[in-house]
Ligand binder design. Structure first.
Ligand code: MG
Length: 381
């Protein structure tokens, strides 16, 4: 199934170029000069939007939604295509319109690049605009799908990872009426670990509802909901005494000193989510948190997520691998990184009424990575 070394060298050698003129002319095209096969060098890029209806209205401390409408990307070359999904988030200044605009800005890079120089292609895409990381993630997911599909191997194998090391994932319960919280916990019977959203004014009521129907280990995400350090610590210790093993983002993202104060006194790990987007954020967070929640969508792709994993590890931080509410395309892309993480939280696809893609599956909470080439995702673009 996999390609011989000679074929690989032949393949990767194909796109080599007359260097100089193109990169000097435009910093956007650095490392992405036109191949000697002219316009056939880069990808054919397609952008589509899809509406994803949710199974239940999804409420967290910030807002409520009943559906998501995301942009999807297809990158095609040599009869092989890679797919990516831009699971954008208003919290980070993204909308469907801003994502599509960012994808269009990246189009000339992708249409003129040598995909095998995927590190340079990613760097050029990251530089097209500020933020809009979900758009950049969609492109990088499609790029890495194409690369590993072209090599005929699963993406985890390309990175040298053992898919059996993928830990158990959590299943998330959004904020809801107490009857619905109980019903959602009961529907989550196949998942041994639950992540509960809190941070509004009814935390006690939510915990009581959850505990009335299950004894499972819980993880709590406060989504920046507690605004004073004493309150945050009191909540964390109360949760720790009630079978909660991690608390995510107890305080607003900018309150690092206060969060450090809570972390020093807390008896369970405190993880950053809204406080961290990319690797550049990690060093200043290392004192305030025990770990970070990496999301491919907010990191701007798989390559940046991998860099974040190594940086966090070097600082002794734990790693949660999170996601947005999204289809199996984004979730499976993230799942290929899960063997390197401690706390996968890859359930965004399970919250959809109908998933347009299939990929990673969950058995008794364990993530089962598909063994097909690339992401191993199938479904209609
Ligand atoms: Mg979170």
């Amino acid at each position: 199934m996999s390609m011989s070394r000679k074929e690989f060298i032949h393949k990767t050698g194909k796109g080599i170029i007359a260097a100089g003129a193109a990169s000097a002319a435009s910093p956007l095209l650095a490392g992405c000069q036109k191949s000697s096969r002219s316009s056939s060098g880069g990808f054919r890029m397609e952008i589509k939007s899809k509406r994803l209806d949710l199974r239940h209205a999804w409420t967290i401390a910030r807002n409520t939604s009943t559906y998501k409408e995301y942009a999807f990307v297809k990158l095609e070359k040599d009869g092989i295509y890679g797919l990516g999904e831009a699971a954008h988030n208003v919290r980070y200044g993204e909308s469907l319109e801003s994502i599509i605009a960012a994808l269009e800005k990246a189009r000339p890079i992708l249409e003129n690049c040598d995909p095998w120089k995927f590190v340079d292609v990613n760097a050029a895409v990251q530089a097209v605009c500020e933020g809009q990381t979900a758009a950049k993630a969609a492109i990088d997911i499609a790029l890495m799908d194409w690369i590993s599909k072209s090599l005929g191997i699963p993406l985890y194998q390309f990175w040298g990872l053992d898919p059996k090391k993928a830990p158990q994932t959590t299943f998330s319960i959004g904020i809801d009426t107490m009857e619905m919280v109980k019903q959602k916990v009961e529907e989550a019977a196949p998942y041994p670990l639950l992540k509960i959203k809190m941070g509004k004014d009814n935390d006690e009521e939510i915990l009581a509802a959850v505990r009335s129907v299950t004894k499972k280990t819980l993880r709590v995400d406060a989504n920046e909901g507690w605004k004073e350090k004493e309150l945050a610590l009191r909540k964390v210790e109360w949760l720790a005494a009630n079978g909660v093993d991690i608390v995510e983002q107890p305080m607003p993202s900018h309150m690092l000193e206060e969060t450090a104060w809570v972390k020093e006194r807390a008896s369970i790990p405190i993880l950053a989510d809204e406080s961290v987007k990319t690797s550049a954020d990690i060093p200043r967070l290392a004192e305030a948190f025990d770990g970070i929640n990496i999301k491919v969508d907010k990191a701007g792709g798989l390559q940046e997520s991998l860099r974040m994993i190594w940086m966090a590890r070097s600082l002794g931080l734990k790693i949660m691998l999170g996601c947005m509410v999204s289809s199996s395309l984004s979730i499976t892309a993230a799942a290929h990184l899960s063997p390197l993480t401690d706390y996968p939280d890859l359930d965004g696809n399970l919250l959809l009424a109908k998933d347009p893609f299939t990929g990673v599956t969950v058995r008794d909470g364990w993530l089962i990575l598909p063994d097909g080439a690339g992401l191993g995702v199938s479904g209609e673009f």
